[in-house]
Design a protein around this ligand. Structure first.
Ligand code: DX5
Ligand code: ZN
Length: 220
């Protein structure tokens, strides 16, 4: 079948030892490092910004996948790309002139992703689909790690898979929020290409290496 990529989110890692967290996922065979940028406006939480993205990009060979949960992301995409982001994903709910934002990301040399909150219908990306490299389906409400997967996301992923395949679009499907060894198989069967996992990878219960192996095993 399709090769599924895993993009661990370091949001719930020990942030004082962020370099160790990034080294651990790299050693465990992660495909990307997923960085969650939050502004306290688009989402209730505030996390990291441009300097931290740059610091991570400087210590890893992994492609840096930046998930912007900020209002008016178009104001900052150039700076995140200059800092080393290889994928920049913006929320469709946060950018009024989405087509311009996506073009700007690509012109600056990164891959462009668009993200959908759980309540945002797929219709919101119909027109932008031919222009993007990635569609991120949020399977929790963005803002915090460790939340529970919203089961209706599975149907949404299936419908997005059909939409992409029927139109011959090249966008890959990324799914983010509440993914564990217990549900990763269903998310991939629904059509996901890239799985984001935060609290399943950084957990007091096991090492990063064990957690990554568990996710890969669950994929079969
Ligand atoms: C949620 C973030 C996610 C989150 C994933 O707002 O976008 O990337 O950190 O963490 P888990 O896997 O714990 O839901
Ligand atoms: Zn994320």
């Amino acid at each position: 079948g399709r090769r599924v990529a895993i993009a661990p989110s370091v949001l719930t890692a020990d942030l004082v030892r962020l370099a160790d967290a990034v080294a651990a996922i790299e050693a465990a065979g992660a495909d990307y490092v997923h960085l969650d940028v939050m502004d306290g406006r688009f989402v209730p939480n505030i996390t990291i910004g441009i300097p931290v993205v740059e610091a991570v990009a400087d210590v890893t060979h992994l492609p840096v996948d930046v998930h912007l949960m900020i209002v008016e992301p178009e104001r900052y995409v150039d700076q995140f790309i200059a800092a080393g982001a290889q994928i920049v994903t913006v929320h469709v709910e946060a950018s009024v002139h989405l087509h311009r934002t996506v073009q700007r990301i690509r012109e600056a040399g990164a891959q462009a992703g668009v993200a959908l909150n759980p309540a945002t219908p797929l219709a919101a990306i119909e027109e932008i689909l031919p222009f993007v490299d990635l569609v991120l389906v949020m399977s929790v409400n963005p803002g915090f790690g460790g939340q529970t997967f919203i089961p209706t996301s599975l149907g949404k992923i299936e419908r997005l898979r059909r939409m992409i395949d029927e139109r011959g679009a090249r966008a890959v499907i990324q799914v983010d929020g509440g993914i564990k060894a217990s549900n990763i198989r269903r998310v991939v069967d629904a059509g996901a290409d890239i799985i984001v996992a935060g609290s399943a990878v950084f957990t007091p219960e096991r090492s990063v290496a064990e957690a990554m192996a568990l996710l890969r095993e669950a994929l079969g």
